[in-house]
Write a protein of this length. Structure first.
Length: 259
């Protein structure tokens, strides 16, 4: 299973306007294309145009979607469920903590991993609780696997862009460069290679690991409290394999507590 990849955007607020059909199609295509490179997309469009030309018709959305899916291998049943729970966990916690909109989810990668595209509100950024919420969201995929499957996979780690790598970097910066640490918070101590510092400073490593443990436990609490929503989103994602913002938000809002 590959590491979960995240892309993010910055928003001042979640748009509540209804998009026109063309926008909806573009969002669906963008969701389907998560994880593809620019060269991959260029090849898909070129092949779709060729197919339409041979059929003496205009290129259609279905041509492009079929081309995207044709570039990916089928994901085994068990890995597909694991990816669905993992990505649903991120989405539910991101929404519960009101970090911003969830733009799309995709587990149709052909590699057993998943992608999520999330946005972040500008309000609250920079405060310690905002960073703690970020850590909680980043650890939510791992918490989801543990909660449902009772086992942890390597899907949270394995690369510099993985959940564990990003969470470790956030916690490292809190301790060393953002003035939010528990030891010498006024010292600005950047380093290009946090892993080297952590290997040489077991006390710092223990503090950062403790922060990640707290975030993991907090994510698990949120998922247990919103279990019906979490399960509903995972099931929908398993079946659809790719969901745009509208589809995700409908399920997430159904699980919101009453005002």
């Amino acid at each position: 299973m590959t590491s979960t990849q995240h892309a993010s955007t910055t928003d001042t607020d979640v748009a509540g306007q209804q998009a026109n059909p063309a926008d909806a199609i573009l969002r669906r295509l963008a969701t389907r294309a998560m994880g593809l490179t620019g060269a991959d997309i260029e090849r898909v469009v070129r092949e779709a145009r060729l197919k339409a030309r041979r059929g003496k018709r205009l290129i259609s959305y279905e041509d492009i979607e079929e081309g995207i899916r044709g570039n990916r291998l089928p994901v085994p049943y068990d890995l597909r469920w694991r990816s669905a729970f993992h990505e649903a966990g991120h989405a539910v916690v991101h929404h519960a903590l009101d970090l911003g909109p969830v733009r799309g989810l995709n587990i149709d990668t052909g590699q057993g991993g998943g992608y999520n595209l999330v946005g972040f509100h500008l309000r609250g950024t920079g405060a310690r609780d905002w960073y703690e919420n970020m850590l909680t969201m980043l650890m939510a995929g791992r918490a989801a696997e543990k909660l449902v499957l009772k086992r942890i996979s390597s899907g949270s780690g394995g690369s510099d862009g993985s959940d564990l790598a990003r969470a470790t970097r956030v916690a490292f910066d809190m301790e060393r460069t953002l003035g939010l640490g528990t030891e010498h918070p006024l010292l600005y101590r950047p380093h290009r290679d946090p892993a080297t510092v952590l290997d040489r400073d077991p006390e710092l490593a223990a503090r950062i690991h403790g922060m990640l443990e707290v975030a993991l436990d907090r994510a698990a609490v949120i998922l247990r409290r919103r279990r019906p929503t979490f399960y509903a989103l995972a099931k929908a994602l398993f079946e659809a394999q790719a969901m745009d913002e509208t589809a995700v938000l409908q399920i997430l809002r159904d699980g919101d507590p009453p005002p």
